[in-house]
Design a protein around this ligand. Sequence first.
Ligand SMILES: *Cc1c(COP(=O)(O)O)cnc(C)c1O
Length: 422
Amino acid sequence: MTLPLPHPALTAADPELAALVGAEELLQAETLRLIPSENYVSRAVLEASGTVLQNKYSEGYAGRRYYEGQQNIDQIERLAVDRAKAVFGVEHANVQPYSGSPANLAVYLAFAEPGDTVMGMALPMGGHLTHGWGVSATGRWFRGVQYGVRQDTGLIDFDQVRELALAERPKIIFCGGTALPRTIDFAAFAEIARESGAVLVADIAHIAGLIAGGAHPSPVPHADVISTTTHKTLRGPRGAMLMSREEHAKAIDKAVFPGLQGGPHNQTTAGIAVALHEAAQPAFAEYARSVVANARALADELLARGFDLVSGGTDNHLILMDLTPKEVPGKVAAKALDRAGIVVNYNTVPYDPRKPFDPSGIRIGTPSLTSRGIGTEHMAAVADWIDRGVRAAGAGDEQALTAIRAEVAELMAAYPAPGLSG
Ligand SMILES: *Cc1c(COP(=O)(O)O)cnc(C)c1O
């Protein structure tokens, strides 16, 4: 299929917007996308998410709606729910949260009162805003206490987690995050949650696809509630799910609707159903394994080139690099790599002496390149481009960045992206 993709009705009605969509299609096709929370959805997911389901209001849940005309919508939502339960091995699934942040807010609504103490990983340590961080509504309306990783190992400090939990007695403990390169020990968190009387929420937004594909341990049966986005490693549309044992089903459903949201986004529900169907296929397990194999291979190649990786490597899809030894700030590196056709994000590293808007690190991940079919044999080349790009950033060498961009585009042309290639 040639790019940009044909959008005849859109092009006729709004050529200005159509041109921007086309430009984004080209950008996603030609660049090496290494942002660990991003991916390429399939054509099937794209099609399901762009249907007339968009036109329907369906407040409530399947069989219990506040509007008529739900003959098809109920079946679509039931499909998504049943597939989520099968893929993750859970008793209950709610597929209506609009995205990961509202899903987490629904968890607060279900299990805590304003002012209650909640506990999560600090944002600069790799946690998420919605785990009680100060600038988030969750940190303003609740009392957030925060744990981190050990400075010497870069690993979660379970002594600190236990001490804090027993001293502060939080209503909710969140585990999971946005910049954690290592396997999460859900059993260890569950033991601490039990000792301190907290509800344990496993936020698997980043690693849901790895769990579905068997490439990361599951939080079932350790966590009371599982929160996830559907658009990261899980490779579905932008959305979220909350999953739990039957005992928490009512509280979660009530919190999502009518507690927090109105009508569900049925076109997204359909896309989630398709993504979960794809996640149940053997090819998805292969994808999940390859995401991890690629990340490990890339980490080894980066270490060999003198990069400092937080925790010394990775167990999952994500690598967090401290660029301090390279004497290039994360933002400078990220912007230079972008000009070289390599899309990453600048990121704080644990105990970062620099400011969050100008931190020491960059965060990279392998889901998108794996979805294109790029394998471990190419990770030396990827590490080389990053190495040359970071050095060019330090030296202000724009020519070197342009040269990398051409090499990147050549590899991308050989591995067309799902969704953009028929
Ligand atoms: C991405 C993410 C979220 C938030 O998801 P949005 O869809 O961006 O609101 C929540 N928790 C974690 C751990 C995440 O990585």
